[in-house]
Design a protein around this ligand. Structure first.
Ligand SMILES: [Zn+2]
Length: 192
């Protein structure tokens, strides 16, 4: 309840200062999209200088180029006119800290939040788990550079993505806020 009250209070303040943003057009004014991780430390509006109405931001665990992320990107271009895309992964991503096997086993045992001791994940309780986790590909990450290259390549090679859209690959540093270009990824995402 405390969180709901906080969110509603923040929203009331936002509404009071909303100004003329109700006049914004639906298509993103700056005609680009960012695919990035859901990590709470990343704020794409701040790290990339976005205001309401500027750009599309598509987020999931890891910022991975999953089928659903590609669905959003294709809509972003085909119906809403974006012409440049960024894939932004980041240092110290939680997706580096487990494997499909570990996640499957944790969920199989119990569904409550697991804890991590810096090396190993463990469940606080046991029982009541579900085997379904073994059948999901969790899109874990081995190294950020590798994952950015992989994701840019997957988007580049997708049959529904026009060759003329440049796709840039970056890693955001959670210690400094800096975006570092992954040159091999950007090269792989070059427009034809
Ligand atoms: Zn992450």
């Amino acid at each position: 309840m405390a969180v709901v009250a906080e969110v509603m209070a923040a929203n009331a303040k936002y509404v009071a200062e909303f100004g003329d943003k109700g006049q914004l057009a639906l298509p993103p004014a700056r005609r680009f999209a960012i695919l990035t991780c859901m990590d709470a430390r990343l704020d794409p509006a701040k790290y990339a200088g976005l205001a309401e109405g500027d750009a599309h931001v598509i987020r999931n665990a890891g910022g991975r180029a999953t089928d659903d992320a590609i669905r959003s990107l294709v809509i972003s271009h085909k119906l809403l006119g974006t012409v440049e895309w960024f894939v932004v992964h980041h240092t110290n991503c939680g997706m580096e800290l487990f494997s499909d096997e570990v996640m499957g086993s944790l969920l199989d045992d119990n569904l409550a939040t697991a804890s991590f001791d810096g090396k190993t994940w463990s469940n606080p309780h046991h029982g009541g788990g579900c085997a379904d986790g073994h059948f999901i590909k969790w899109q874990t990450i081995r190294t950020q550079e590798e994952s950015v290259i992989q994701d840019v390549r997957r988007i580049r090679e997708h049959p529904l993505v026009p060759r003329g859209i440049p796709i840039y690959g970056y890693v955001y540093d959670v210690k400094t806020g800096r975006l570092e270009e992954m040159k091999k990824a950007t090269e792989a995402g070059r427009a034809a």
